[in-house]
Design a protein around this ligand. Structure first.
Ligand SMILES: C[S@@+](CC[C@H](N)C(=O)[O-])C[C@H]1O[C@@H](n2cnc3c(N)ncnc32)[C@H](O)[C@@H]1O
Length: 283
């Protein structure tokens, strides 16, 4: 059987990773793209979301919500690309992508010699991704190590078993992940990340903004990403991270979008506050 015939089809929470790839493929086609992800289209195609995907809903509000999610994916991708470049420039050579999904940064970004990049996700998305990467004959631009484990289990042990060294700094990325984990699992994840982070480690997080579950999840279609969202950011994300030993900066989507030349023209929502996009350094 060929890779294509054997490939497991996206389902459950990891199907969201293929939806993210579709958004990145669309951005890649733009003339003034904020990043280019040459593998995104292959992931979306293999997952049945390219060239067409489920049509936008007729309902204007639902339609706007879908476009908002896509826009936020583009902005957060650029935000975390920059954060990773800065971490590399500061000398960090270990990268851990938590809930890596179809993230193709190992293939599309420039990495300094000696960079080791760990992609942590469950087995099904990593298998799907591997089959697409084989089909595309993709070559990673750093040492890439995949770790198939559920992030509610002993993932630090699994990471250590494949050579992650907690004694030297790591840059951690949790992009589009925490919103799918219940609050106690997010808390445990943060504690574990912190325990594996030498001074000088960095972190990039995306957090569900306050009220997003009610606004987006209430009439979300069964199986859609928003129907699986379960946690939002704490009231004070910077204070929360300080409690875990991190010096954090928080940014809104609106502020980053303006900085990247994609200003949001609608007026801010009353509940909009800083905190959706986090960068942090371990002291
Ligand atoms: C919205 S996707 C984001 C993927 C990737 N970070 C990106 O931005 O391209 C969420 C990812 O988190 C992963 N994920 C969710 N819960 C997880 C868990 N308990 N353990 C491991 N991975 C998980 C899913 O499999 C999926 O790949």
């Amino acid at each position: 059987m060929t890779d294509e015939q054997e490939r497991v089809q996206p389902s459950g929470v990891w199907a969201t990773a293929v939806g993210v790839a579709r958004v990145r493929a669309l951005e890649t086609e733009r003339e003034n793209a904020l990043f280019r992800d040459p593998l995104a289209q292959a992931f979306a195609t293999a997952g049945g979301l390219w060239p067409s995907s489920p049509p936008l809903p007729d309902d204007e509000a639902a339609r706007r919500r879908r476009l908002t999610v896509s826009f936020s994916i583009v902005i957060r991708t650029k935000f975390l690309d920059d954060l990773l470049q800065q971490a590399s420039a500061s000398g960090v050579r270990q990268v851990v992508l938590l809930g890596a999904g179809m993230d193709s940064r190992a293939f599309r970004m420039d990495w300094p010699e000696g960079t080791r990049l760990f992609e942590v996700d469950t087995a099904a998305p990593l298998d799907f991704k591997a089959s697409v990467l084989r089909q595309e004959r993709a070559d990673a631009r750093c040492e890439r190590i995949t770790v198939a484990v559920d992030l509610r289990e002993d993932w630090p042990g699994a990471l250590a078993a494949v050579g992650h060294d907690p004694a030297v700094p790591t840059v951690w990325i949790a992009e589009g992940l925490l919103i799918y984990l219940p609050e106690d699992a997010v808390e445990l994840l943060l504690a574990r990340i912190s325990a594996q982070s030498a001074a000088g480690s960095r972190m990039g997080l995306t957090l569900g903004s306050r009220g997003v579950i009610e606004r987006f999840g209430a009439d979300a279609a069964p199986g859609s990403a928003a129907s699986m969202w379960v946690s939002e950011m704490p009231d004070d994300p910077v204070g929360w991270l300080a409690g875990h030993g991190w010096e954090a900066d928080s940014h809104t989507l609106r502020e980053r979008a303006a900085a990247y030349g994609r200003p949001i023209s609608t007026p801010p929502q009353r509940e909009e506050r800083p905190g959706g996009l986090i960068s942090a350094v371990r002291r």
